[in-house]
Design a protein around this ligand. Structure first.
Ligand code: ATP
Ligand code: MG
Length: 301
């Protein structure tokens, strides 16, 4: 298992250079392509693509953007310096169709104008959400709409709330909203929006990626790169566990039963089961055998 590191974060999805081939992301692209197909059929949907830095979220966003040439495509990559600027994200997203603002109901047009910095009237955030939804649905009457937001972790709160509102309501219209985020979107403002966790590439896909970006790399170097990247990613995953979860994981990896672990750590076997559930969820695994492999992979050579 390999999480693929890269230069700096925030490359941007739709604005980046033409996509190179995407390796080993069949399930994720099927979900994204399914959303586009659904929109071509008249109904929309939203998806948060999440995973650790460098895992390949922007690459997936580039894929969906590339597949949607028949859509009105609106995209924005949030940036850290603008994360405290209310509606900076909306400004980035909506600048192209801003001329359509005037077609909205008066209160909504005023709210969007204020959010986009076009006037100074006070903004009611519910009205902005409703206005953006109307704007997108209006655009979608002629052509399906794809809205892509990369690096959502840096999106200003006002835009995030607005897009969460929109994402939960696009089902009846040919509007697709896709966002990339570093962390689990279970909490506000994405509660109720579908998500897909982007996990490590398989070693085989990682090898293909190395061959594509550095074709002159010899086999031994490729093997070492894939192994080191895999180890580093497993270690990062382990480091996300709490201290108690790490103790439970260590003992479970040694194939102790819940009761035996409970005795060693002086906690009940039910508590062990609870911790182990968290460990499996955080590591994205289902069995103790997978845990043992992961543990073995994290040990120094
Ligand atoms: N499955 C893949 N096939 C081909 N190239 C990939 C794949 N996954 C990632 N890459 C490449 O690896 C690099 C890092 O991926 P990407 O930028 O998509 O990560 P990210 O998850 O968006 O990171 P961040 O959270 O820092 O923005 C990019 O150059 C990307 O094109
Ligand atoms: Mg990215």
């Amino acid at each position: 298992m390999t999480r693929w590191a890269r230069g700096g974060p925030g490359d941007g999805a739709a604005t980046a250079a033409a996509p190179t081939e995407l390796f080993g992301r069949r399930e994720e692209t099927a979900v994204l392509d399914g959303l586009l197909a659904q929109a071509r059929g008249g109904s929309g949907g939203a998806l948060v693509v999440w995973g650790e830095p460098g895992i390949g979220k922007s690459a997936l966003l580039r894929h969906v953007h590339g597949q949607a040439a028949d859509f009105v495509r609106l995209s924005h990559s949030a940036t850290r310096p603008e994360s405290d600027l209310a509606f900076a994200g909306l400004h980035g997203l909506l600048r192209p169709p801003a001329d359509r603002v005037e077609l909205l109901a008066t209160a909504q047009a005023a709210a969007v104008r204020t959010a986009l910095g076009l006037s100074g009237e006070p903004t009611d955030r519910l009205v902005v959400g409703a206005a953006v939804l109307s704007l997108l649905c209006g655009l979608a009457e002629r052509q399906p709409v794809l809205l892509v937001v990369d690096d959502r972790q840096w999106l200003d709160e006002a835009t995030a709330l607005c897009l969460g509102f929109v994402a939960r309501r696009v089902g009846a219209h040919p509007v697709v909203v896709v966002l990339a985020d570093h962390s689990d979107p279970a909490a506000r403002p994405w509660e109720g929006v579908a998500d897909v966790r982007v996990d490590a590439l398989s070693d085989e896909s990682a090898r293909q990626l190395v061959a594509a970006v550095a074709p002159l790399t010899d086999k031994a170097t490729t093997r070492n790169m894939v192994r080191d990247a895999g180890k580093a990613s497993d270690t990062r995953a382990m480091n996300r566990l709490t201290a108690q979860e790490q103790r439970v994981a260590q003992l479970a990896a040694e194939q102790l039963t819940d009761r035996e672990i409970g005795v060693q750590l002086r906690i009940s076997h039910r508590t062990v089961g609870h911790h182990l559930g968290n460990v499996f969820a955080k590591l994205g695994i289902n069995t103790r055998t997978e845990l043992s492999h992961l543990h073995a992979g994290c040990e120094p050579p």
